[in-house]
Every structure is written in C-alpha cells, then in structure tokens.
Design a protein around this ligand. Structure first.
Ligand code: SF4
Ligand code: SF4
Length: 411
C-alpha cells in the first residue's frame, strides 16, 4: 500500500496528507509540485533550502595576514595577499566595520586568513554583529568553544594521508613537522562545529578512502575540494580525472552521510563541467560586487551572490573575489557550489534534475553547524550501519569503483 501523497482529480492543487488536514498550495508550489511528480516531501525540502538561501547574505573577510604554517599551493601566500594590506587590529574598529557590513545587508561572515584561529578576539567582534559566522582554519590551533559555540569551522586538508604533511606541515620559517591532520582531528574530535574541506588530487587518489574514514571515526563531516597546483605547467590538465572522480564517488557510497559532497558536485569540481556549461570567470558568482574590474561581468547577465564582497585584512580593501583571482587555475569548491546553487533555472528541466539541485543545496548547508541541517549526531551512526551491512555483502570486491548516473543525488 502506498503512503505517498494523494493528488486530487484537478491535479496537484490540493494534496491530502491525511483526511483530516487537506493542504492547499500556492500557484508557484503547484508548478514545482507538477515538476516533482507530486512529491510533497521534495517540495518541502525545496522550500526549506530556498528560504534559507534568501535569508543568508554572505561576505568574506580575511581579518589576518598571519598564518602558523606555509602550505604548498596556498594562493594567499603564492600571490602575496599578506603583503598588499596592513591588518586592522583594533577590536572596536573591526566591530564598527562589521556593523557597516551589516547595514549593507550582510548577515553571514565567512572568515578566512591567514589563520583565523590565531585571532579569536577579531572573530568575536563579528559574532557580536552577524547572524552566522564560519571560519576556515588549518586545524593546528583549536578555536575555543566558549563564546564560539555556533561558529562553523571548516578545516582545510590537502591531498590526504602523508600528502597532507608533505604539502602543508611546513612552519613559516620553512621547518617541516608531522601530524597536522592528526592534530586537527584531536582538536575537533566529535565537535559539531567542524567540517573538513578535503582538497582531493590525482596524486592522492589512494588516500581518499582512509582519510574520509578517519574523519568519520572522529565524528566529523567532510566536503570535497579540488587541489590545483599554482604555478605548475599543467594545473588542471589531469591525466587521472576519471579515476579521481570514480574513487570519490565510491567513497561517497561508503560514507554517504559523513562525506557531504554529492555525485553531481564531485564531477563538477574535478572536471569544471556542469550539464549546461564550463565553470569560469564569466559564470562564477563568487566575485566582489564592488570591485571595479567586474563591470562587464556584472552586465553579462549571469547571476552573482547578492552583496558579496571579499575584504582584505585592513577591512577597507575589496579583493577581486573569494579566492586568488586567478580564474584560469580556479576550481574552488565553494565557488563551484555557489555557481550551481545560483543556477536553479538550469535544473528545472525535469523533476529528477530539480531533485538533484535540492540535494546539492542541502549538502551545501550541511557544512555549517548554524544551518538547520545539523544531523551530525546521527550521521556517523547511519554510515556505520551502512558499512556494517555492506561488510556482509557477499563477493563485493574491496576496491570496486561505482559509476553513478550524471544527475544522481547522493545525500
Ligand atoms: S593554512 Fe591556509 S592560509 Fe595558511 S598557508 Fe595553508 S592554505 Fe595558506
Ligand atoms: S578566481 Fe575563481 S572564484 Fe575568483 S572570480 Fe575567478 S573563477 Fe571565480
């Protein structure tokens, strides 16, 4: 017996969830429902993500030029962002700046660096003004909990396994150390605020599964980024892109709740291709709307993030965009995700496509503890249950690669 919604004789205008409570829908809801084949559950999920998207208005703040390590491939130091401005250090000055931003309509601060965990008092100035705060950290120094309970912490990770130390465990003076990932895991064990952002690379394909497993066992979640090698001859012309995608998809199947990135996005961050086009400056929405270089881009009709600016550490200079400004090398996962999220119209071609967009959106918001998608307490248990069941499957080869259809959802 089906327990699905009942579509009335006049189409999906009135849908009976139960005899006692017939539900009425707006004209817009009816159109969405028709596309979704009458699936009220997906309509509700659609409304939830679109409502959240409308109420969150982000900008990015560098806040410090200092970092306690020197990663290979870090755009911030590769392109001398630390030298072009002087940090604003006055807490009162930073709070006043945050208030100006708030008056501009921004209510979500994405705080990057440098290393934000070195300057908790500056983060606190933003917390007192903004509704939502996320920091991006290398995980070496923990962000305190008290006073920062609802700050989402994105912990960057390059390559996985021993590659992470090879690429990142380097002190500012050049001295190498070991155990950066181990330290980050210890600092954020079971911490609901934490989500690792794991930049996968073709040199580290074999590290993907063990790295995601450790994050899973640590009670955290992870989304994928793509590691591009700045100043290399062939940064994005990879030999092993299909292998990298297949392995990431296989690991997504093993850890569907711990690994947030859905199959569609995995393909797009590695290849730069969506089902309607190629990621690049002309379509990238994560640029600073007040930067003078973007007049032609803003006029080309492709969507941008409303009111988004990336601010330098002087709290006065608007940088080009959320990352390096070197678009030819760019496969920044948050920019790619933003591109997909602002391109809802491209996903209205079918119900399956729209469901994929909804799942992508949910996977995006699940990265942040302050968003209403914090399922962390159950996510690890769900994946554990799946893995236990999978281990009983007869004859499944350990390294099997699973190719999923292009528009399959995965959360
Ligand atoms: S931790 Fe971040 S800011 Fe510091 S060197 Fe690495 S990528 Fe750059
Ligand atoms: S560097 Fe990347 S994020 Fe920045 S504008 Fe270019 S494509 Fe967008």
């Amino acid at each position: 017996m089906s327990h699905g919604p009942v579509i009335g004789p006049n189409g999906p205008g009135v849908i009976r969830m139960s005899e006692a409570s017939p539900r009425r829908f707006t004209t817009a809801d009816k159109a969405i429902l028709e596309l979704l084949g009458g699936d009220v559950g997906y309509l509700d999920r659609f409304r939830k993500v679109t409502t959240l998207s409308r109420q969150v208005r982000s900008s990015e703040y560098l806040l410090t030029n200092a970092c306690n390590i020197r990663c290979e491939g870090c755009w911030f130091f590769e392109y001398d962002f630390d030298k072009t401005t002087t940090e604003l250090k006055s807490i009162e000055g930073i709070r006043a700046f945050a208030e100006k931003e708030r008056a501009r309509g921004v209510n979500y601060a994405i705080i990057i660096g440098g290393e934000p965990a070195l300057i908790p008092d500056r983060i606190a100035a933003f917390i007192s003004v903004m509704d939502y705060v996320t920091i991006s950290t290398n995980g070496l120094k923990p962000l305190p909990v008290e006073g920062f309970e609802n700050v989402a912490v994105q912990i960057s990770l390059f390559g996985g396994g021993e590659l992470d130390d090879k690429l990142r465990a380097i002190k500012p003076g050049g001295k190498r150390f070991t155990g950066l990932f181990d330290t980050a895991l210890r600092n954020y064990e079971g911490d609901r605020r934490a989500c690792f952002v794991f930049a996968i690379t073709e040199d580290g394909i074999d590290h993907i599964e063990p790295t995601v497993r450790r994050i899973h066992e640590n009670g955290n979640r992870v989304s994928l980024n793509f590691y591009s090698k700045y100043h290399r001859d062939e940064p994005l012309r990879m030999q092993n892109a299909p292998r990298l995608v297949d392995e990431a998809l296989r690991v997504k199947e093993l850890y569907p709740n711990t690994l947030l990135t859905v199959p569609y996005v995995i393909r797009t961050i590695v290849t730069g291709e969506s089902h309607w086009g190629t990621f690049g400056y002309d379509v990238c929405p994560s640029l600073s709307v007040d930067h003078p270089s973007h007049a032609a881009r803003l006029a080309n009709g492709n969507p941008v993030l409303p009111r988004f600016n990336a601010w330098a550490a002087d709290c006065n200079t608007v940088n080009f965009c959320c990352t390096s400004g070197h678009c030819e090398d760019c496969r920044d996962s948050q920019a790619v995700l933003s591109w997909i999220l602002v391109s809802l119209e491209r996903f209205r071609e079918s119900g399956e496509s729209l469901k994929t967009w909804i799942e992508i959106s949910e996977s995006y918001w699940k990265q942040f503890c302050w968003a209403p998608y914090d399922t962390r307490s159950t996510a690890a248990g769900q994946d554990l249950g799946r893995l236990t069941a999978a281990s009983h499957e007869a004859g499944r080869p350990a390294g099997k690669r699973v190719a999923l259809p292009l528009l399959a959802g995965g959360t």
